[in-house]
Structure formats: C-alpha cells, structure tokens
Write a protein that binds this ligand. Structure first.
Ligand SMILES: [Zn+2]
Length: 159
C-alpha cells in the first residue's frame, strides 16, 4: 500500500508539479507570494509543501512537524524530483495517465469514437486508449510524449 500524498508546489520549484502529476500524485502549484496562504492551504488540504524557501521552513508549524514540508536542495528538476521520491518513498509508477499535466484534474476515459477528429489522424490510427481533461479538454493518449516522460522517470530512479 503506497501512501497517498498530495502536494503544494512552491513556484521556486514549479517544474515538480508536472512530474508529480505524471506519476498520478495530486500536485497544485502555488504561484503567489504570500507564504501564509501557502501554509493555510497546505493545512486545509493536507498537502506536503515542496519549496526552496529556507525562511518558510523555519515556521513553527513546519518545525513542529504539524505540517510536512520538504526543502528542495538541487537547482535542476531531475535531482529535485529524485529527492521528493526518495524522501517520501513515492512510487513513480503510482497511477500514471490519471491526471492532466497542465491542470491537475483527474482525466476521464474516452472512446476512440469520442476523440475522432480531435486527435491527429496518425494518432487515431495507432492508439486505442484515450483520456480527456474535463477542465482544459486536452486529449491524452499513451503516445510518444507520455512514454518519453515515463522512460525519463525510470532512468532517473535507476541511476
Ligand atoms: Zn487540463
């Protein structure tokens, strides 16, 4: 049983949001500047904070352990995601292909007929499994982009 973590990603490590969504972890992006709001939302929604802000880490609510936060040490997104995965023992094969990479919304299953004329013809010919984001209406398929990201994650975790 893998723990069901949810995240709030500070804008100084914003790229982590997409990686986490790719694995199927709910990750909202915090793009404001008000730390109090970030902390309040993390508490209200039981989210782990990911940040590079050392000041934020000094808040009592975090040092006391009431709120979980990870201070990200690396500059580059790849070691950053590795730090999160290793710290929380995340499963990078958790629930791929379930969340919109842009909106963090759960994807809905779509039949081939439903996406006809909405995906490029070569995709329609070669793919049978489709998902749609209810918010931005992007159509996803297990095609090249997803495969490339999965491969990258796999390589990252094995290195
Ligand atoms: Zn979307």
């Amino acid at each position: 049983m893998v723990a069901e973590f949810k995240f709030i990603v500070d804008n100084n490590v914003g790229k982590l949001a997409k990686w986490l969504r790719m694995m199927g972890y709910d990750a909202v992006l915090f793009d404001g500047s008000d730390d109090a709001y970030l902390v309040a939302r993390a508490l209200a929604e039981d989210r782990v904070i990911l940040t590079r802000d050392t000041q934020l880490m000094k808040r009592g609510i975090i040092t006391s352990g009431r709120l979980k936060a990870i201070l990200i040490s690396a500059d580059e997104p790849e070691p950053q995601i590795r730090q999160v995965v290793e710290t929380l023992h995340l499963d990078f094969r958790f629930r791929p292909f379930t969340l919109c990479l842009e909106c963090n919304q759960p994807l809905l299953s779509r039949s081939k007929d439903e996406v006809k004329n909405r995906v490029p013809p070569y995709v329609f010919q070669t793919q049978s499994q489709y998902m749609e984001c209810p918010a931005c209406h992007r159509i996803y398929w297990r095609g090249t982009h997803w495969q490339a990201m999965t491969q990258k994650l796999k390589k990252l975790m094995e290195s």
